[in-house]
Ligand binder design. Structure first.
Ligand code: 6GU
Length: 224
């Protein structure tokens, strides 16, 4: 997998890829992440990338020309399976969407900032518009980091057995059951007996029951 991210604040995106699972995936060569600074494509003597919105209102808009140049340069170098614009008015990201996207090879992620990007760039280049939830972030960078993280961990070979994606919340349409580690008793609270029974079938049964209970209580919408 290859992820190209275009942003006016690429420095905001360095640390999410410098630790843990994403870092290991990059080191293993299972994913390549490239950050592109939109400011390198600024135009005019003033080296601008944003301008006021037509029609007025507060907030700046990323201009079409720098974005068009940046996107076109990347497109000339390789085929992209998806050109994603991260925006609060996009489709809401969920695990199903991540699973589907994780089968693709080359992604371009475009981060808006301020009020967003010129509509014409969305029409000319963007193939998919994604939001990470119903709240507003200052820019698309953190959303791009969230989407990248969710995709990278699904690449075959990225997770080892201990962190297998199959037992994650949402992967089977249910929230994950409670989990415990040693010690067996802590401040008077004990680990459920069944988890220490060694009976794999009973453990699985218990975990499924707990997952169902938790989902009914917290996210009944997931049960349909
Ligand atoms: Cl993708 N961008 C911004 N700016 N805010 C968001 C978002 C994206 N998803 C949820 N809120």
């Amino acid at each position: 997998m290859r992820i190209d991210i275009i942003s006016v604040l690429p420095e905001l995106l360095k640390s999410p890829f410098s630790a843990s699972i994403s870092k290991r995936a990059i080191e293993k060569g299972l994913v390549q992440v490239r950050l592109h600074d939109l400011k390198d494509y600024a135009i005019g003597r003033a080296k601008r990338v944003d301008d006021y919105a037509y029609g007025g209102g507060a907030g700046m808009v990323l201009m079409p020309e720098p974005l068009d140049k940046a996107i076109s340069k990347l497109k000339a170098e390789r085929e992209y399976d998806a050109v994603v614009y991260l925006t609060p008015d996009g489709e809401t990201l969920d695990q199903r969407c991540c699973n589907q996207l994780s089968l693709k090879e080359n992604f371009m992620l475009i981060c808006g900032h301020y009020k967003g990007i010129d509509q014409r760039i969305r029409e000319m280049h963007v193939t998919r518009e994604i939001s990470i939830g119903d709240y507003v972030l200052s820019g698309g960078e953190l959303a791009a980091a969230v989407l990248s993280d969710a995709l990278i961990r699904l690449i075959p070979g990225v997770l080892n057995d201990e962190t297998a994606a199959l037992s994650d919340s949402f992967q089977d349409g249910l929230l994950a059951p409670p989990i415990y580690t040693r010690p067996a008793a802590y401040k008077g609270k004990s680990v459920p007996e069944v988890l220490r029974s060694g009976n794999f079938l009973k453990i699985q049964q218990w975990q499924h029951e707990q997952a169902l209970k938790r989902t009914e209580k917290r996210r009944p919408d997931l049960l349909g």
